[in-house]
Design a protein around this ligand. Structure first.
Ligand code: ADP
Length: 327
């Protein structure tokens, strides 16, 4: 049987967002809850497009964990959640201030997602994975760090293509050097790496996108995708690169654009049956690369047209319509 399942592992939390933006957190009195966590958003994006996805993570045995379990199910994601009494479900309060800066406070001292252990991740959750996807927030602390890396290794041994979106969230790390070193250390364990232009700057300081992507490719991945915001993205393989322009929209909230983009890309790769061994070749083919990345760009773009991450994710027919109706 062909495997098309996209398995995502990592942080799962509730974002509390003000009912209206523009105030510092100290002045907000009414919040709205939303399921969050980058790998969970990616799983939701795949499901919304009509693909199969599973999310592996840990929540507290509390009403917020129950809510996240339900929210994943409602998004069409198969929840593979471990519940614990050792810590509460992770929470984050985030406000967009008048000046456009984000004001945020995390309740993760620790949060349940950080306590996932490798022995809690069942083989059955990894065996049918066509793609295994992880980020770097779950690499910050033990035991979740080892659980993430061990699951990536096992998924690869079961035949999955491994995808890594470093998704740098500096305030969560002890310091920038530790973040940079940890993020770079994991590049060899991935077949596909997605970074933003800013992340290349953070990781390699002052190099061009091209140089940064080549440095990453030198470490093992067969493909590096660099997102360029409204300008779209650029995909690098061992044999060349292709730039794919963005899809024009009127953005309302850019939260989740990157996760939507990754979900769109992984959905396309899984649907086309691309495997780890054929990834470099597939994306070195300009026709396939342009189709797959135009689709991913459209998912990222449409994700900016509504508030929030998961509620803003498009269906496959919305993407096809945005791209002019073909496919
Ligand atoms: P991240 O959210 O990880 O920082 P980007 O902001 O580069 O990543 O966005 C990811 C992708 O989402 C882009 O490559 C692009 O396809 C799409 N996107 C993001 N912002 C816009 C925008 N304003 N207009 C159109 N597409 C966008």
């Amino acid at each position: 049987m062909e495997k098309k399942m996209v398995v995502c592992l990592g942080e799962l939390l509730i974002d509390f967002v003000p009912q209206s933006n523009g105030l510092p957190l100290s002045q907000v009195d009414t919040f709205h809850r939303a399921a969050g966590g980058a790998p969970a958003n990616v799983a939701a994006a795949v499901a919304k497009l009509g693909g199969r996805s599973r999310f592996i993570g840990k929540v507290g045995r509390d009403p917020f964990g129950d809510y996240l379990h339900t929210a994943l199910g409602e998004a069409g994601v198969e929840p593979a959640l471990v519940a614990t009494d050792e810590a509460r479900t992770g929470l984050a309060f985030v406000s967009l201030r008048e000046d456009g800066e984000r004001d945020f406070v995390f309740f993760r001292n620790p949060a349940a997602d950080m306590l996932l252990r490798k022995d809690e991740v069942e083989d059955a959750w990894l065996q049918d994975a066509a793609i295994f996807h992880f980020g770097s927030v779950s690499l910050i602390a033990e035991p979740c760090r080892t659980a993430t890396l061990d699951a990536a290794r096992r998924a690869r041994a079961f035949g999955a293509l491994v995808s890594y979106d470093p998704n740098v969230r500096l305030p969560l790390w002890a310091n920038a050097d530790f973040a940079r070193r940890t993020i770079l250390d994991q590049l060899p364990s991935a077949d596909l790496v997605k970074v933003s232009e800013d992340e290349i700057g953070f990781l390699y300081g002052g190099v061009s996108i091209e140089e940064g992507a080549r440095l990453m490719l030198g470490l093992g991945p067969s493909c590096v995708v660099v997102t360029l915001g409204a300008a779209g993205c650029r995909v690098f393989t061992q044999t060349g690169d292709v730039t794919v322009p963005g899809v024009r929209v009127e953005p309302v909230d850019t939260t989740g654009a990157g996760d939507g983009f990754v979900g769109g890309l992984l959905w396309g790769l899984a649907d086309a049956g691309v495997q780890a061994a054929s990834l470099g070749e597939a994306l070195a083919d300009p026709t396939f690369a342009v189709d797959a990345l135009r689709f991913a760009n459209a998912v990222g773009a449409l994700a900016t047209t509504k508030r929030g991450a998961i509620p803003a994710l498009p269906t496959r027919s919305e993407v096809v319509e945005k791209l002019g109706g073909e496919a």
